[in-house]
Design a protein around this ligand. Structure first.
Ligand SMILES: O=P(O)(O)OC[C@H]1O[C@H](OP(=O)(O)OP(=O)(O)O)[C@H](O)[C@@H]1O
Ligand code: HPA
Length: 178
């Protein structure tokens, strides 16, 4: 695998398809064990989670629902500040077991906002599954239940993750070259 250029930046290979496959199957196996006899709702967080969600779900052997949500963030009035809205949640999640599926947990900001919005809808439980996790960048207390791979605090690209909207289609993960 070679260095690639996306827009104005160079990236080098970081996590291969094979390594991703192993990490994803491990997460799936743990979820299959933990949710035996339950019917959870997997909620993929768009856009970045689409590839992870696709591959993860192929190894889930539970009775389950599969759906996607998206965080929309826009400027409100001066007094309200930034508004975070969850869009795309059509199902009633009250009393349900939710597994949020993320491509990456970086600072944890997105995760905490999502969690707070979902909690108000009274699900029975909410757990987080993420393909990648940057422990050095994470500044929240919230537990992350299922992690595919811990990575250093560097910008990564591919397998759903983008740089300025580009690179989501890459089938493995690249890291910014220094
Ligand atoms: O832990 P954080 O620092 O909040 O970063 C993680 C979030 O950032 C990315 O989403 P982004 O908002 O870029 O949207 P996208 O999935 O559409 O790329 C990623 O998919 C996570 O949702
Ligand atoms: O390292 C990253 N790469 C792409 N998108 C991201 N969103 C949060 N962290 C990242």
């Amino acid at each position: 695998m070679e260095t690639i250029t996306v827009k104005d930046l160079s990236f080098k290979p970081f996590i291969s398809e094979e390594e991703l496959d192993v990490a994803i199957k491990k997460v799936a196996q743990k979820i299959n064990e933990d949710y035996k006899g339950k019917t959870p709702i997997f909620l993929g967080v768009l856009n970045g989670s689409f590839m992870f969600m696709g591959d993860l779900m192929k190894s889930i052997n539970l009775d389950c629902y599969t759906s996607f949500v998206k965080m929309a963030s826009y400027e409100g009035t001066e007094s309200t500040g930034k508004i975070n809205e969850l869009i795309g949640l059509n199902e009633d999640i009250e009393g349900k077991d939710i597994i949020l599926v993320e491509d990456i947990v970086d600072t944890g900001n997105t995760l905490v906002k999502l969690f707070d919005i979902l909690k108000e809808k009274n699900p029975k439980s909410i757990k987080i599954a993420t393909l990648l996790y940057k422990p050095e960048a994470y500044n929240k207390d919230h537990k992350i239940d299922y992690v595919g791979k811990e990575i250093p605090n560097a910008f990564v690209l591919g397998y759903g993750l983008d740089y300025d909207g580009l690179g989501r289609n890459l089938s493995s993960i690249y890291v910014l070259k220094d």
